[in-house]
Design a protein around this ligand. Structure first.
Ligand SMILES: Nc1ncnc2c1ncn2[C@@H]1O[C@H](COP(=O)(O)OP(=O)(O)OP(=O)(O)O)[C@@H](O)[C@H]1O
Ligand SMILES: [Mg+2]
Length: 260
């Protein structure tokens, strides 16, 4: 797998009645190699979700292109699955049915899809909750179901848009370790957007720090440290400080932009 983002820009019309535009991202160039775990951090509104949505094929760039395994991405596809901050689980389906959903849509037979879904629920330590409904689960469990639902599709790339942002810090740390273990086992490519600097340091092989809007890549930081990485790990502190110092000026620029 090789993903190349080439000179990508996205402008949005600010209102349907006039010709004003806001440039969300500008001239993004990046290459992601097979099996990499990449994090994106940047101030609010700098275009992180925009980039992820374009990668997922949910939106189109104004300029530039994305090449996946030699072919230009033109829309959504089972090779890329996105996991959002607020999991989009179906409340009327049981946990197991939620996890099976994509496989059902793909036309897989009932026995086969149940077997695949159950094995992913086991990885997520949710076997006991297979027949529960979503409202019976905690926030962390819901996000694990969302992750299982994405993984059953066996995508080349998992796109994660602040998937743990609404969770308390302990659940978040736990899921961070689980995700690293899943990643080590499956070597899926993961592109993970977060506001949380420590999370990016724990998870990323590389971290892309974005500028204030229009979002461009300000700095690429490579984290070389054994896994699973834990947030309390002292040796991660220098990376934390590096990301923080890159981000600080961008966040204050974003604040100023909002006040202007
Ligand atoms: N569909 C849309 N129509 C118009 N403008 C949009 C649309 N989607 C995003 N934008 C604008 O593009 C810019 C980038 O938004 P985006 O959601 O990508 O930021 P973000 O980095 O994900 O922010 P956050 O960290 O708050 O989630 C913002 O100014 C936003 O208002
Ligand atoms: Mg966002």
């Amino acid at each position: 797998m090789k993903l190349q983002v080439k000179n990508l820009s996205k402008k949005f019309r600010t209102s349907s009645s006039n010709s004003e535009y806001v440039t969300a991202i500008e001239n993004i160039d990046l290459t992601i190699n097979d099996g990499e775990f990449v994090c994106i951090v940047g101030p609010s509104g700098c275009g992180k979700s925009t980039l992820l949505n374009i990668l997922a094929g949910l939106d189109k760039p104004t300029e530039g292109e994305i090449i996946l395994n030699g072919h230009q991405i033109k829309g959504t596809g089972p090779d890329r699955i996105i996991v959002f901050q607020e999991n989009a689980l179906f409340p009327w389906l049981k946990v197991i049915e939620n996890v099976e959903f994509g496989l059902k849509m793909a036309g897989l037979q009932k026995d086969k899809r149940r077997q695949i879904a159950l094995s992913h629920l086991e990885t997520m330590q949710l076997t006991k909750f297979a027949d529960s409904y979503v409202y019976q689960l905690s926030g962390g469990m819901k996000q694990r179901v969302a992750l299982a639902r994405a993984l059953v599709m066996d995508p080349d790339i998992l796109l994660m848009d602040e998937p743990f942002a609404s969770l308390d810090s302990q659940t978040r740390d736990l899921l961070s370790v689980e995700l690293q273990l899943i990643w080590s086992k499956t070597r899926k490519n993961i592109i993970f957007v977060t506001h949380n600097i420590m999370e990016s340091v724990c998870l990323g092989d590389r971290i892309f720090v974005f500028t204030n809007r229009p979002g461009k890549i300000k700095k690429e930081i490579t984290v070389q440290h054994r896994r699973p990485r834990l947030s309390e790990d002292d040796e991660l502190q220098p990376y934390y400080r590096e990301v923080l110092s890159e981000l600080k000026s961008e966040i204050s620029a974003a604040r100023k932009q909002k006040l202007d």
